[in-house]
Design a protein around this ligand. Structure first.
Ligand code: UD1
Ligand code: CA
Length: 475
């Protein structure tokens, strides 16, 4: 039996370092919980690990450990997670030592950092292939300014074999001229890692246990060390400050914008789009500038989104048009916008708004937990809350459902083809019968019969030749 052909890839255990303080964030939130594209930095790293079909991820926590662990324990998904605490933090090698009891010698350990969010799974796959369950493999990169990073020291033989990583603070002047740096990411067979970690000491400039010292142990043991060199610095860039967080956010958003355009989505400007969640689009979707998409958003064929809209947790059917400055947030209940519906400008759709086909919702109209059937219209300055609105209803400017009595919410039912005039108050619970008309300015407190005109307001009165009070002349 040829083992080289039949051997399966070694099982993968991912170790994620997340114990560091993140002093430069100047924040009470642990660094790895800061958000990029709407998700914690650490969540990006875990999602990437999940794409590699790791058998587990071990997260090393320290600063803000209980906050980080609380977030991790509420995380779903198939990847088994373990947390180990590192207290105090004595360096990256010491951090990985804490994870060792969780690791099995039949596997490969992939070391990642919780504050490096943009590494791509295919890059790590290439690193793991180089490791091959046999040798230490480092992810490296050449930087024009390598200051602060660990340098890759290579032999001057023709192969340029990797000999060591020297930390910036320990490096000689000559070594500081090396531009190839260690990214902080490595893959190593666990059976080799374990004894190497046992040999670490802290006799160096920072008096820390350097994980990077295992390179020289590998060489001393007569083993080779492989390097996978990449050119895309964003993939290994860490977040240490709000400036770096914002820089990586732009990189991430541009990546998403590119992917959408490759699927055919027409973006007015890829630099002015923010997707903080998942955005799925049909054919011929157009998105103007300054839009933000959050949570889970689906846009059907031919949907157009005007400038400066915020759309969260919503499904928009084919041909729906959202005019500028509209805010749609479905939160947990979701929002549905039907085929060919027109919404905005300046409209607000809240959780549970379900608009049928060809519904029109105009400026300064708020809709919450309400169903509008085909062709219903509320074009100006109105509120529909906890309402069931029938087909082709016309809901006048300034009208509101009074759905809340101070303790409980009640439903308003507006049957098909009702015409509600301007400035009406519909005091729920109430039903307006089909085809009825409600006179403008009415406060409706009782059900109205189908087909009738219902008016509930003071009768108009005119007093002829009315003399307005006049000011008395002075003097
Ligand atoms: C490390 C590498 C360096 C590399 C650089 C890339 C070492 C000794 N050096 O340096 O070669 O070029 O990353 O960014 O590994 N952490 C812990 N516990 C600790 C110390 C650190 O969990 O005791 C975590 C940090 O939170 C961070 C990661 O490990 O996520 C890296 O630590 P950091 O202090 O940034 O390492 P560098 O000194 O930058
Ligand atoms: Ca660092």
């Amino acid at each position: 039996m040829s083992s080289s052909i039949t051997a399966k890839a070694s099982p993968l255990d991912v170790v994620i370092m997340a114990a560091g303080k993140g002093t430069r964030m100047k924040s009470d939130l642990p660094k790895v919980l800061h958000r990029l594209g709407g998700r914690a930095l650490l969540a990006h790293v875990l999602d990437c690990a999940a794409q590699l079909s790791a058998r587990q991820a071990v997260v090393i926590t320290g600063h803000g450990a209980s906050q980080v662990e609380a977030v991790l324990s509420s995380r779903g998904g198939a990847l088994p997670l373990h947390c180990v605490r590192q207290e105090p933090q004595l360096g990256t090698g010491h951090a990985v030592q804490q994870a060792l009891p969780q690791l099995l010698d039949d596997g490969v350990t992939l070391i990642l950092s919780g504050d490096v969010p943009l590494t791509q799974a295919d890059t790590l796959q290439a690193l793991l292939a180089l490791c091959g369950g046999r040798q230490l493999a480092l992810l490296t990169l050449s930087l024009p300014d390598p200051t602060g990073y660990g340098r890759i020291v290579r032999s001057d033989n023709s192969q340029g074999d990797v000999l060591a990583i020297v930390e910036h603070k320990d490096a000689s002047d000559a070594q500081r001229h090396i531009t190839e740096i260690y990214s902080g990411i490595m893959a190593v067979p666990t059976r080799l890692l374990r004894p190497w970690l046992a040999r670490l000491d802290n006799h160096n400039a920072q008096q820390e246990y350097y994980l990077t010292d295992i390179v020289k142990f590998a060489i001393a043991d007569g083993l080779s060390v492989a390097a996978h060199q990449i050119t895309d610095a964003a993939q290994v860039a860490g977040v240490n400050s709000p400036v770096q967080l914002a820089e990586l956010e732009r990189v991430y958003q541009l990546r998403q914008a590119r992917a959408l355009m490759e699927q055919g989505v027409r973006l007015a400007d890829p630099a002015r789009l923010d997707v903080r969640g998942s955005l799925r689009c049909g054919r011929d979707v157009e998105i103007d500038i300054g839009c933000i998409f959050e949570g889970d958003v689906q846009l059907g064929d031919g949907v157009r989104i005007g400038a400066h809209c915020v759309v969260a947790n919503a499904r928009l059917a084919a041909g729906a048009v959202i005019h500028p400055f509209t805010h749609i947030d479905g939160e947990k209940l979701g929002v549905e916008v039907g085929e060919g519906a027109l919404v905005g400008p300046f409209a607000r759709l809240r959780p549970g708004a379900q608009l049928g086909a060809e519904v029109h919702i105009g400026n300064f109209v708020e809709v919450k937990n309400s169903t509008l059937a085909k062709g219903a219209k509320a074009n100006h300055l109105a509120y529909l809350g906890d309402a069931t609105v029938g087909e082709a209803v016309n809901y006048g400017a300034g009208s509101i459902t009074a759905n809340y009595d101070g303790a409980n919410k009640h439903r308003t039912v507006i049957e098909a083809h009702v015409h509600v005039g301007s400035n009406c108050v519909l005091v729920a619970p109430i039903t307006l019968g089909a085809g009825g008309t409600i006179g403008g300015g009415s406060t409706i407190t009782k059900d109205t019969p189908p087909g009738a005109l219902s008016v509930a307001r003071g009768k108009q009165l005119s007093i002829a030749n009315w003399q307005r009070p006049a000011k008395k002349p002075k003097g």
